[in-house]
Design a protein. Structure first.
Length: 324
């Protein structure tokens, strides 16, 4: 059975863009493949953060994933920091990485610019090396990633090849999984940008209150034309709302345009709000029921399963690199 590994950083709440772009696919994968779903808490430390917040975010994110349908009987859900093997492998791989190639990563360049004033930590330079270790320590076949992570995946493949060449064949070369049907969900208040927690006004958090969801949908940016038509270049706001409605209803764009012919933008917004609440209602009620101690138990169980695989591989790697 193919093994899938993916990671998600505990840096904020799950939003509609995360769900449609990533989690929905995972729910299908867990039925067919062996899924390792990692809460990337070590990666979350690469930019300034508050310790208490990080701890809460890990619980909150895990709870959200469980409520949305990640099934711990099917998927291994675990915390990155629970498995020390990632850090050993990260070290071995970092000794095989060139500083220049790490400095050329887009994400490194972006973060370096972003934290220019306070100075950027070396963790951000090693970020993709740790990510490579996350993947390789499990010998994952497939790694579902967004477009922005493709470069990191390329580096993971390169480091796997380099390690194999230096120490003998050890790692599978992982493939990126990229769903061509996934449409980007844009920010509700600025449809030129991707929906993201860094733009809170335009970000539809799945477990927000009904009032907040309604307000954000009704405040979303449209245009002055008053025609509900899909045209991402000329009507980016309305087109984004149409795409959201399409996912919530499984209707085609044509069907949606017909449904709203002659109607107002607010009619579309009202319908999106109602469908959103309906679509996530069972996840909402599961979310209310899951207790923190259940989350901790599930992460503990995930740790045991992940650790076994990672430690077995690490023991082999220790021999290959000359430490045992
Ligand atoms: N860097 C990824 C992101 O920000 C998260 C991540 C960490 C990851 N380790 C990973 C994704 C390993 C895939 C595989 O989205």
């Amino acid at each position: 059975m193919k093994r899938i590994l993916t990671g998600i950083k505990p840096t904020g709440k799950i939003h509609l863009g995360n769900y449609l772009g990533f989690i929905k696919d995972l729910l299908i994968f867990q039925k067919r493949y062996e899924v390792f779903l990692m809460i990337a808490d070590l990666h979350a430390q690469t930019i300034p953060y508050q310790p208490k917040e990080l701890k809460n975010n890990v619980i909150e994110l895990t709870k959200s994933l469980l409520a949305l349908g990640v099934d711990p009987r099917q998927s291994i859900i675990f915390k990155q920091s629970d498995i020390s093997a990632h850090l050993y492998l990260c070290w071995f791989l970092s000794c095989l990485s060139y500083i220049g190639e790490l400095e050329r990563m887009h994400e490194f360049k972006e973060q370096k610019e972003r934290f220019k004033k306070i100075g950027v930590g070396a963790g951000i330079l090693l970020y993709p090396v740790l990510q490579a270790a996350d993947i390789l320590i499990y010998n994952a076949d497939l790694v579902p990633v967004g477009k922005d992570q493709i470069q990191h995946l390329e580096l993971a493949r390169e480091l796997a090849r380099r390690f194999n060449q230096r120490f003998g064949k050890t790692f599978k070369i992982p493939e990126a999984y990229f769903n061509p049907e996934t449409e980007k969900i844009m920010s509700l208040d600025d449809p030129s940008k991707k929906m993201s927690k860094s733009l809170p006004e335009g970000c539809l958090e799945i477990f927000a209150s009904a009032k907040e969801i309604k307000d954000k949908i009704f405040r979303s940016v449209t245009d002055s034309e008053k025609i509900i038509k899909y045209d991402p270049l000329k009507k980016p706001g309305i087109s984004n709302l149409i795409i959201i409605y399409k996912h919530l209803t499984n209707k085609s764009i044509d069907e949606i345009e017909n449904e709203f012919r002659g109607l107002m933008y607010n009619d579309l917004k009202e319908k999106i709000y109602l469908k959103f609440i309906q679509y996530f209602s069972s996840a909402q009620s599961r979310y209310q029921q899951i207790k923190e101690k259940d989350v901790i138990t599930i992460l503990e169980q995930g740790k045991k399963k992940a650790e076994k695989v990672a430690q077995d591989n690490l023991a082999k790697i220790f021999k290959l690199v000359g430490l045992k």
